[in-house]
Write a protein that binds this ligand. Sequence first.
Ligand SMILES: [Cu+2]
Length: 128
Amino acid sequence: MKMKLVPAVLMVAALGLAGCGDGDGNGGGEASTDLEVTGTDSLEFEPDSYTVPAGEEVTVTLTSGGVEHDFIIEDVDGGDVEVVHADANESETGTFTIDDAGTYTVYCSVPGHREAGMEASLEVVDEG
Ligand SMILES: [Cu+2]
C-alpha cells in the first residue's frame, strides 16, 4: 500500500507546478509587465527567460537567497541598465522600459556571478 502512494503524490506535485506556471507570463512567450525573479544561491536567475512588451514600463521584483544579486540589462541604447539590486535574503523592486524590440541579455554584476553563468534572456516584443 505504501508503495502506491509515492507516484500519486509525485503526480499531484507535478500538476501543481504546471498550474503555477500558467499565466504568469514569465518565460512562456507571453509578454508580461510584471517579472518575479529569484536570484539563487547557486548563482542563477529563476526563471532565466522573460518576455516583455516594447515601450511599456516593466516592474521587476528580485528576491535574493543567501547571496546578494542584481538585475542588469546589457546594451540598451549603448549602455547597461541596472534595474534592481537585492541584498541577501531581501526582495527589491525596480522598473525599466525598452522601446526597441529584440533579444537582450540580463546579468548579475556581483563579482564572480556572471562568470559563474548568472545570465538570463530578455525578449522585448512589439505587441502592435
Ligand atoms: Cu548574482
